[in-house]
Design a protein around this ligand. Structure first.
Ligand code: PLP
Length: 371
């Protein structure tokens, strides 16, 4: 029986991707045993942090790295490191940064809400977000213009949540950072390529361990050694409220081992074929039209996109409500529900769960006919 069912909780079919609201991630058995093994032993945390940091540095090609409780914690610690550096008094004063430079410049289209607001994470680290340009147009000149003597870092969000068009590019941001002697922090929470942004010259890159990598709730910051060392020191400051557990680190390292061995191209191909088969079945349901689409941020992720047609007599939000209130509860990816679209993400879907989704949709659409 499910560990959650014993408390009377409903089963979940997750077709939405890695979502904090659904428990973030469900890990492979190897990762689960690494978590459990770490739970029953003591370790010197400073040593574990260092060894894990070196292991992550190898995986990312960075000079150094530090595990975190997630990418959001990574943003907080990175900003804190840029504001307080290694000064113990400044570290324990944060998020109060009065009297010190604290401005963090980010493209306005990157000032997003990923489930929490980027601007709030920046504030938690003692920074003050300065949004450059406009929601849909940010030029290198806008970024340049926002830099003042109080600027401590530039921030770039690489994510499907961010506006994709009209934004200054990361190489441009890095070039501006170099010219002004400012570190560039990249939020790469859900990105699959662990080396790309470090190789491009970003100074601190924050990843989520629970997303592409397939680890438990965890994450890391990788990048320039002096800056990462300053991030580690923030665990004596604001980082105390987001301390990373030995269990999370152990699970993260196990997931990283698996991640490096996986054949990502082959997985993407299998997922795509699986979604093509699902789309064929969905297209037999009246009132829906389905097709396979690639991830909007250009990652190798293929999803089934379902358009809810007027003849279904329902709108996307009503269908979502039906799916989510059932048992098992079915969660689709709903970023475009406002325009009548539901997406099915294969990565979190266990084998055979497509059948349950097709069946439930058939019932929902039939129920409408009877009504
Ligand atoms: C998920 C996400 C985060 C937060 O990551 P956690 O590991 O859940 O803390 C931050 N930024 C972006 C763009 C995200 O997608």
């Amino acid at each position: 029986m499910s560990v959650f069912a014993q408390w009377g909780l409903r089963r979940v079919i997750n077709a939405s991707g890695k979502m904090t609201a659904l428990g973030s991630s469900a890990v492979a058995p190897e990762v689960a045993s690494a978590l459990a093994a770490a739970a029953s032993e003591y370790v010197i945390m400073d040593e574990l942090l260092r060894v894990a940091g070196e292991r992550i540095a190898r995986a990312t090609g960075a000079e150094f790295a530090v595990p975190t409780m997630g990418a959001a914690a990574g943003i907080v610690l990175s900003v804190a490191a840029c504001v307080a550096g290694k000064d113990p008094v400044a570290i324990e004063s944060l998020p109060d940064s009065r009297g010190r430079p604290n401005e963090v410049v980010l493209p306005k289209g990157h000032s997003v809400h990923f489930g929490g607001a980027i601007t709030q994470m920046i504030r938690l680290g003692g920074g003050m977000a300065v949004e450059a340009g406009h929601a849909n147009l940010v030029l290198a000149e806008h970024v340049e213009h926002s830099i003042t003597p109080r600027t401590v870092a530039l921030f770039y969000c690489k994510s499907h949540h961010a506006v994709q068009k009209g934004m200054v590019s990361l190489p441009e941001m890095i070039e501006i950072g170099k010219r002004h002697g400012l570190p560039v922090i990249v939020d790469a929470a859900a990105e699959e390529d662990l080396k790309k942004y470090v190789a491009m010259g970003a100074d601190l890159v924050c990843y989520s361990g629970g997303k592409a990598i397939g680890g438990p709730t965890s994450g890391f910051i990788c990048g320039r050694r002096d800056l990462v060392e300053a991030c580690v020191l923030q665990y004596r400051g604001v980082g105390r409220a987001m301390k990373v557990s030995k269990e999370a680190i152990s699970g993260l390292l196990a997931a990283l081992e698996l991640y490096e061995k996986r054949d990502h191209k082959a997985e993407a191909r299998r997922d795509r074929e699986r979604m093509e088969r699902l789309v064929e079945r969905l297209n037999t349901l009246p009132g829906l039209r389905a097709r396979v689409i690639q991830d909007e941020a250009g990652r190798e992720i293929y999803r089934a996109r379902i358009e809810v047609l007027p003849e279904s007599g329902l709108d996307a939000r009503q269908i979502i409500a039906h799916l989510e209130t059932g048992d098992p509860a079915i969660f689709t990816r709903n970023h475009y529900a406002n325009v009548g679209i539901l997406d099915i993400d294969p990565r979190t879907l266990l084998p055979g769960q497509e059948d349950l989704i097709v069946e439930r949709l058939r019932e929902v659409l039939k129920g409408r006919e009877r009504a």
